[in-house]
Design a protein around this ligand. Structure first.
Ligand code: SAH
Length: 457
């Protein structure tokens, strides 16, 4: 890196031209070779920027005035877009967002994975990229004697009170507003995390897109919840599609939302949803993809890449509640799923029964340890699907895949950087990356999901 002094000083105002956007959505301007990162700047734009932080090799600025706008710039429709942090790209046209994601994937695979020529397809986007989330988790607090629900302002314990979040399903907004009103009517106190006092900490809502069922979880600090009966009665009156009302108790001083204990206040412990023709029971705490429309697009791509004829043995590593496994089981001879969370594996088994699937087995454990064990039992996989968390696959798992030598590997990834690292390993151990399909699971945010096909060389 250059030994020169940074070309700007803190609080200085400079005119810049943005060249690029980072993986977290900030505009990048170069002053000489010195990059300045500015939230809200778009490539091609000329703007006036105030320098707010100067480091040796890069700095940060605040967007003051855009002098020449990008033709991709749109007005962010959410009034709290700049303060919330949940969305990063509302100021970029949706078409621009899809291009940005494809480019992010392409560049990351080249830079980290050395994959310069691999086919990265245009991002599969949504027809309507708003109101897509099926799950909402909203903190509850009090300000000036009023109940507030919203999000924490950046680096603070202050909740910004909002009535609507336009990437959430309308039902989720409605439930949060109803709970806010009922809390006031029935004298239920909001929680104050600075002093660890109050009753209601979070409202978590889940909506099942294809059955329209609702689950409401009230997370409280203690077992005490005043006027519980009236509260439940009012919720049933106001929400005809509610199927499950749950109290979860979280007595700890923590920013983890759920506590260990849950109690069904009314209705069932789960709600049901479909992905394609497959039915899933979803409990309050189990992982379920948040964008139901795009989940189907993603899983269909995984199924296409798996190229099943009915004769294949398939392993689904990191299988969660068995969503991909059951999607593939219809077309495979047998599916083996492995997942580290025991409750998720119970859900997977229950979901297999629910759909009369008899050719899928699920095991609790670390995929990197269970796969070698399966291999030792003589299980030979024709296709392996992996869908790891953000940190990607454990190297031991990659090693095992390379020695199991399936014909195809389908890699579903929510993090292009670890995907690139893992593809590099697999390229060096007998596999070729055939194609990469980015899918937009999280419109208005910088998150990118990819489905990748690898074949044995
Ligand atoms: N395929 C599922 C879940 C994907 S999320 C779906 O689409 O719904 C990734 C999953 O990997 C989580 O359920 C997480 O609990 C699990 N996981 C994390 N580390 C793991 C490990 N080492 N071995 C097996 N599963 C793991």
């Amino acid at each position: 890196m250059s030994k020169q002094q940074p070309p700007v000083e803190k609080n200085e105002t400079v005119d810049v031209t943005f060249e690029d956007i980072t993986h977290d959505g900030a505009g990048v301007a170069k002053l000489g070779g010195y990059p300045l990162f500015v939230k809200g700047g778009l490539p091609g734009e000329k703007a006036e920027v105030k320098v707010v932080q100067v480091k040796k090799n890069y700095g940060f600025g605040r967007l003051m005035n855009v002098m020449k706008e990008s033709n991709q710039r749109v007005d962010a429709p959410c009034p709290v877009f700049n303060r919330c942090g949940g969305c990063q790209l509302q100021h970029l046209s949706y078409e621009g967002q899809l291009e940005y994601k494809q480019k992010q994937v392409k560049e990351t695979l080249a830079r980290i994975g050395g994959l310069n020529d691999v086919a990265v397809h245009p991002t599969l986007g949504m027809d309507d990229p708003w109101r897509y989330r099926n799950k909402s988790q909203v903190p509850v607090g009090e300000q000036g004697g009023n109940i507030v629900t919203g999000f924490y302002a950046e680096r603070s314990h202050q909740i910004v009170d909002i009535n609507s979040c336009i990437i959430q399903h309308e039902h989720n907004d409605k439930v949060v507003q109803l709970v806010k009103k009922l809390a006031k009517d029935y004298g239920i106190r909001g929680y104050d995390d600075r002093i660890h006092k109050g009753t209601l900490r979070h409202v978590v809502v889940r909506h099942a897109k294809h059955t329209d069922e609702l689950m409401v979880v009230l997370v409280t600090k203690g077992k005490e919840l005043p006027n519980k009966k009236n509260l439940v009665h009012a919720m049933k009156e106001e929400l005809p599609n509610v199927k499950s009302i749950i109290q979860n108790i979280n007595p700890k001083r923590t920013n983890v939302i759920f506590g260990e204990r849950s109690e069904v206040l009314w209705g069932e412990e789960v709600i049901h949803d479909y992905i394609g023709d497959i039915k899933f029971a979803i409990s309050a705490r189990s992982f379920y993809q948040v964008n139901p429309v795009q989940t189907k697009v993603l899983y269909e791509k995984a199924l296409e890449y798996a190229q099943l004829t009915g004769k294949e043995t398939v392993i689904d590593a990191y299988c969660g509640i068995g969503t991909i496994s059951l999607f593939l089981a219809e077309k495979a001879k047998h599916v083996y799923g492995v997942e580290i969370v025991p409750e998720a594996v119970s859900d997977a088994k229950r979901n297999a029964k629910l759909n009369h699937v008899t050719n899928a087995d699920f095991v609790v454990g670390e995929a990197e340890n269970v796969m070698p064990w399966w291999q030792a039992q003589g299980i030979e996989a024709d296709v392996i699907v992996v869908d790891p968390p953000r940190k990607g696959c454990d190297e031991k798992l990659l090693e095992t895949m390379a020695t199991m030598k399936p014909d195809r590997i389908v890699y579903v990834s929510c993090n292009p950087a670890t995907l690139a690292r893992d593809l590099k390993y697999l390229e060096e151990h007998g596999y070729e990356t055939k194609e990469v399909q980015p899918v937009d699971m999280f419109p208005q945010t910088t998150h990118v999901e990819c489905c990748v096909l690898l074949e044995k060389k």
